[in-house]
Ligand binder design. Sequence first.
Ligand code: LIP
Length: 259
Amino acid sequence: MHTTTELQAIATLAARRAGEHVLANLHRRGDVNSILRTDVKHKLDVEAQETAMSVILSAFSDHAILGEETCDAPLPKTDYLWIIDPIDGTINFFHGLPWWCCSVAVRYKGQAMAGAVFIPEMHQLYEATCDGPALCNGVPIHVSRTDRLDLAMLATGADKWDLGEHAFTFMRRVSEIAQRPRILGAAAVDMCMVAAGRLDGYFESGIYVWDMAAASLIVERAGGRCDVLKAYPKHRIAFLATNGCLHGACREALLPLLG
Ligand code: LIP
């Protein structure tokens, strides 16, 4: 069995290298394979995933990798599963907003072992192992201590397969219960902000396992709580991450809306 330190080093290197590849190609922000009304398929997404995969496979050639760009490919049966979101917040990236990141996590027999989220244009690297503290740029971080929902700032998202109706139901509910709702457009970045105490919680009715695999471990190791509220086919989930104090209240308010 590999140590968490070994796994963390590779997760961090893979996320960093993927982000550096994208940073070196910022002049190609418009270089897409296709643009849909609700999504952008970016060439740098594919290249960043290949970059991260080559880091992982040169260290652990027999491990399985689930990546956003190859999510329909069959996975070999192994104890170790790496999960990559090469650019989380692709639409932000495409439009020139710095709120995007590269996310790499590793699970052993289904258990999160290590994760890294690199936010290149904000020069922030978040990391955690299952047995160590959550760090931002090497410094330990902690979730907020906000325990009143009406004084909390919660981020949510507009699920890309929901053409508005549900996203607005959740947005309205969050506006009714929290001090301020925000839609920032990159789930893993939002969750890192929960880990660092800059947001009090994050909820979205339809994200993917690769959006939360690394960031959820970072939130938990920073003292917060995460929950899959509902699981759908093809790695899609409704997900809640909070500072812990607000978890029960958020869950109670949002769960009934999932139907
Ligand atoms: C996106 C998220 C965004 C969310 C979308 C999508 P992508 O990830 O991070 O916040 O609203 O549902 O999952 O496609 O940019 O990796």
